[in-house]
Design a protein around this ligand. Structure first.
Ligand code: ADP
Ligand code: MG
Length: 703
């Protein structure tokens, strides 16, 4: 077994088999020997070209330089160990779960068991003599150790890339092992000459950046934390730099749009059908939006406000104004469920005003979609609500006056622009609590309006932190609420590896569990991201119609759903969620007249976990929570998440990357001031990279 894995063994291949300008060749060209099945196996992961492989970064990293020995494992601990399979056996639990146990021996000679649930196919794969790297939760009784496996790898490396170092963990599928991906990446890196840099040396030095070549190599096989962090910093810097370059180059503050003035009568009419009074903050937001719409300049505004602050009502007013002016309005939502819900809400606000609103989503039949498209073209429909289908199908409007885009961070600038053809006014809505300075930087091309007040009469959601051993109490409480006629959500997180599989497992496992724990009279329904759309819709509709009392779900309900009768949000394994994510989940209840509850069940009862989750018990404001999240988590996490292409980041990333964003933006501005068209000799590679990234985004968009 080799240790370390410093840069020494990752130096550019002397042969430089693969010239840099051939990185975009498909793996099937076999310019580099990655193994006979590489095109197929890696292709299944979406890796088609050598560049895809180079940029296929680990989802996270594990420090496997010093793995614990089995004898030192403590009860309740999450650990990664190496071991050899001695034997295995499969049984069925009383509840009918398939239980697979392997008997293993660690390197120090200690024996222990590992257990897998409901993965019968593993029985064949885990034959005696096989070496494994296993992660999971330790259960210890005296000298007996059992590991509940959350992830494992077969360690079939000749020269181990899989431990004795900081190891990247890639997204893989059942057919392809972690070790396989690591080996393929390593072979590619060995075949590549030093990658040329699109940034001149002086800038690298000024911004404290490592060269691109070092960054890519270290991002896959970091020698230590510092190398990993430097690599991430460089790659993120590039993401933001090109993002800012693209934004700045396409920005034209004087761009003429449509003048869409609102009359006082329009507003009065709108408010007269509203079932409530607008809050002061909503009124202020609406004024800013209407001023923009009235001006001949194209509106590009971000409407930011906590979950439930009433953004949709404000947007509806703006849409009404556009329609009153004889134009159309569109609302684009990130998911099917959200689109349907927005549609229902807009109908409520706009139908009494005679506005013709329609839905357009991918789940509708081709015939229905064509009919809606045709009515949009002729102007027989005033308002359309949809998902990506709105931009993917090249929808034509007779005269689009206002485009509203919900949950911006899921779309990205280019998609936003695609909807925006014909220069309508654009309103982006986001519930992501980002500090103002950062919002201005990240949404550099948008003006900002904040709704900083919740509608009156909301009782804050009572939030409790409960340890897993008191789960029974939690569900007793849920049953009580159901007996009172209320409904509840129960959300369970995904486990990172092989998400596709675990999403189903996690949801069905919990579903079955609850059917057992809860009284038989409680009707439990289930929703997960792998269900076909029609099924998801049916489940949501029946929950909304109170045909189910408890909705078990993976995080697909995270954004948006609005069921005022639901008063309890139970989050299982709450420690696996970020605070801001939990805050969003909590925002799903407390939407009606009844007192609401958020119960966070913490599977891991460590002090740090408790402290982090306590923040939600104490605070109800999204901005405060986002900041606390960052402060508590602190730096030093071995988290190397980086999304390729345009930034698409969680709040934590945004806050922690604030400095990089500022710097990248500064540099982008300086570059464009010096050379607006990137014509200079030094800018050749920069221009190429910008063009490549822009077109890559276009490709991604239509997929
Ligand atoms: P957001 O889009 O910001 O999450 P919504 O516009 O969906 O918020 O509003 C959340 C809920 O609050 C909806 O049920 C809506 O009818 C209601 N609501 C919005 N504005 C007000 C208000 N001013 N007073 C009372 N209820 C409101
Ligand atoms: Mg909303």
């Amino acid at each position: 077994m080799r240790t370390g894995g410093g840069r020494g063994d990752l130096a550019p291949g002397a042969a430089g088999v693969l010239a840099v300008d051939r990185l975009d060749e498909p793996l099937s060209s076999r310019l580099v020997d990655l193994g006979a099945h590489a095109p197929k196996k890696l292709g299944a992961l979406g890796i088609r070209t050598y560049r895809d492989l180079l940029t296929y970064l680990p989802r996270r990293y594990e420090d496997r330089r010093l793995l614990p020995i089995v004898a030192a494992l403590e009860d309740g601990q999450n650990a990664t160990v190496t071991a050899r399979v001695l034997s295995r056996s499969a049984t069925r639990s009383r509840r009918g779960l398939h239980v697979l146990r392997a008997y293993l021996e660690g390197p120090s000679g200690h024996r222990f068991t590992a257990v897998w649930f409901n993965q019968p196919w593993l029985e064949k794969q885990l034959y005696p003599g096989l070496d494994l790297v296993l992660s999971g939760r330790v259960r210890r009784q005296g000298g007996r150790v059992e590991l509940s496996v959350t992830g494992f790898e077969v360690d079939d490396d000749e020269a181990s890339l899989s431990f004795g170092r900081i190891v990247g963990v890639y997204r893989t599928d059942q057919a392809t092992s972690q070790a396989y991906v690591r080996r393929a990446v390593m072979r590619l890196l060995e075949a590549l000459p030093t990658l040329p840099d699109h940034l001149p040396r002086t800038w690298l030095e000024r911004y404290g950046l490592v060269p691109l070549d070092v960054a890519w190599r270290d991002a896959h096989f970091p020698a230590d934390e510092r190398a990993l962090q430097a690599a991430m910093r460089r790659l993120k810097f590039d993401d933001f730099l090109f993002f800012e370059l693209a934004v700045l180059r396409s920005r034209d503050p004087a761009r003429l749009g449509k003048s869409q003035p609102a009359t006082p009568e329009d507003l009065e009419r709108f408010e007269s059908v509203l079932p409530f009074e607008l809050t002061r903050a909503q009124r202020r937001a609406l004024e800013e939006i209407l001023a923009d719409m009235a001006a001949p300049r194209q509106m590009a505004r971000l409407l930011q406000g906590d979950v439930g602050s009433g953004k949709t009502a404000v947007a509806a007013a703006a849409m009404f104004v556009a329609v009153r002016g004889g134009r159309q309005a569109a609302l684009m939502a990130p998911t099917e469920i959200l689109a349907r819900q927005h549609f229902a809400n807009l109908q409520r606000y706009l139908f009494p005003l005679g506005v013709r609103t329609e839905l357009l989503t991918g789940a509708m039949s081709a015939g229905e979609r064509a009919a809606v498209r045709s009515r949009l073209r002729t102007g027989d429909t005033d308002v359309v609500v949809g998902t990506h289908a709105l931009i993917q199908e090249g929808v034509e409007f007779r005269d689009l006056g206002l485009a509203v885009i919900d949950e911006e961070h899921r779309f990205g600038v280019t998609q936003r622009r695609a909807l925006v053809q014909g220069v309508p006014d654009v309103l982006v809505m986001s519930a992501t609590p980002i500090p103002r300075s950062l919002a201005l930087t990240l949404y550099g091309d948008l003006d900002l309006t904040v709704i900083d007040e919740l509608p009156p009469g909301r009782t804050p959601v009572t939030t409790r932190l409960v340890s897993a051993n008191r789960r029974a109490d939690v569900y007793r409480f849920v049953a009580q609420q159901v007996a009172k006629g209320r409904q509840a959500y129960v959300v369970t997180p995904l486990i990172e590896e092989s998400e596709a599989l675990d999403e189903v497992l996690a949801a069905t496992g919990l579903y079955e569990d609850l059917r057992r724990i809860l009284p038989a009279s409680v009707r439990v329904a289930m929703l997960h991201g792998r269900m076909p759309q029609v099924e998801k819709d049916a489940v949501m509709a029946s929950f909304r119609a109170r045909e189910a009392d408890v909705l078990v779900s993976t995080t697909v309900i995270e954004v948006g759903v609005d069921v005022p009768n639901a008063t309890v949000m139970v989050v299982e394994n709450a420690e696996r969620f970020g605070l801001s994510q939990l805050h969003q989940l909590r925002g799903r209840v407390g939407r009606g007249a009844h007192e609401s509850y958020c119960l966070l069940v913490a599977g891991d009862a460590s002090r740090k976990t408790r402290r982090r989750l306590e923040a939600l018990v104490k605070h109800s404001d999204g901005f405060t929570i986002a900041e606390l999240d960052l402060r508590i988590r602190g730096p030093g996490d071995l988290r190397g998440t980086r999304q390729s292409g345009l930034p698409d980041l969680s709040v934590g990333d945004l806050v922690s990357d604030g400095e990089i964003i500022e710097q990248a933006r500064g540099l982008a501005q300086a570059i464009l001031e010096a050379d607006p068209d990137l014509r200079a000799a030094w800018a050749v590679r920069l221009r190429q990279e910008l063009a490549r990234r822009s077109s890559a985004v276009m490709v991604r968009e239509v997929m």
